[in-house]
Design a protein around this ligand. Sequence first.
Ligand code: AMP
Length: 459
Amino acid sequence: MSFDYLGLSENLLAAIKDAGYKEPTPIQKKTIPSVLQGRDILGIAQTGTGKTASFTLPLIDILSQGRARARMPRSLILEPTRELAAQVAESFDKYGKNSKLTCALLIGGTAFADQVKALDRGVDVLIATPGRLLDHMGRGNVMLNGVEILVVDEADRMLDMGFIPDIEKICKMLAKKVQSLFFSATMPSEVKKLTDSFLKDPKEVEVSAPTSTAATIEQFLVKFKGNDKIKRQILRHLLNEDDVKNAIIFCNRKKEVKIVNKSLKAHKFNSAELHGDLQQSIRMEVLNDFKNDKIKILVASDVAARGLDIPDVSHIFNFDVPSNPEDYIHRIGRTGRAGKKGKSFTLSSQFDKKYLDGLIKFLGKDISLFNVPQSVLEEGGISNSKRSAPSKEQPVKNERKASKDQSHKVKHTKKPETVAEEVRPTHKKNEKNNNKNNDNDKKQKTVGMGDHMPDFLSR
Ligand code: AMP
């Protein structure tokens, strides 16, 4: 089936053709006609399924009639993280290039004044993270009563980040007759409650079960007994031995992200880190460098990497077994995209047992065991001389100079405001952590290893 039968305008079909899409993905097939008919949508889909286009495309056509008024956006797309918001803005530019619609991005980490100017000019599509949007609303910079279409993307992630009360607040500021589209990879009860109260007779669209992973991903589990030093040794061994073109390494905590990246750099790997303590501009720069192949290895936390559209990642490494099994699906979903082959390796020591048991139960099947040589499991087991050279065409390692060049790219911010302002924790456990962390902040102004943040932020 081609895009021609979905009811989209000629302008959009031309933009879709330019994007190189031949046929709609299942979520696009199921969602686009219903959105064009004005129906609410409850989409259960993970990233990588083409869900962004499933709401962006019809939205552009619906909004093509009419004009925006100052400070009164005509549509609102809520995203849990700045990167996702920026990515949706990119999609909007790509698909909306033949339309005259205007788009503005309200995210933390960038100047308020520029955002106010954009709002003043009138905005058809407003893409925002909840925290920054509420800040602007509080200052009277934006009014939501002109919003005709609301999109809440990654609702389960919003829940993880404590945004549900913010979403409720925002939804209450909208006019009664808003068309609402909610997307979530999973449907925890809190998200279900939210969708039950805000969606009117939604069309439910589910494109893959939350436990499913792409068939193109080969998944391996490396089980071992030992400390993080051994874990890093195993990681280096896999990076060297497997045909790694580029990789994302996921850690459960920001602290680990920093340690693993530092260690990889010390071993001359071409790596960079991505986590919530970095300034927005640096996060974007790191991401672009990774997309453009300047950086081969990205060490990331879940929050920072969630939903990032990075085509062609050959390998995913779970340095830690994720504490939330659903994150495993999101993590390994960064590879094996669009029918391409990918591999994932999950490292599990005796300390990961609890999470591993939870993950296997969630997946409903075992992950194939992958054995590494005994020497790799012994302290000091791989030395430079023993390590084999990585592939010549796609070196994952730096030359000495390249390593120096990258080092400026990953700077740490002085203040944690970049992520903290986006996060409104609601769970009691998190509040407790937050208080503890606030105390730490008072004592220690400069952000060090991220241990001032609630645990769930460091995932
Ligand atoms: P998303 O799930 O929205 O993050 O999209 C994942 C990737 O699929 C993005 O790189 C899109 O550009 C791409 N994509 C979206 N729709 C299609 C399509 N119909 N055909 C091919 N690629 C697509």
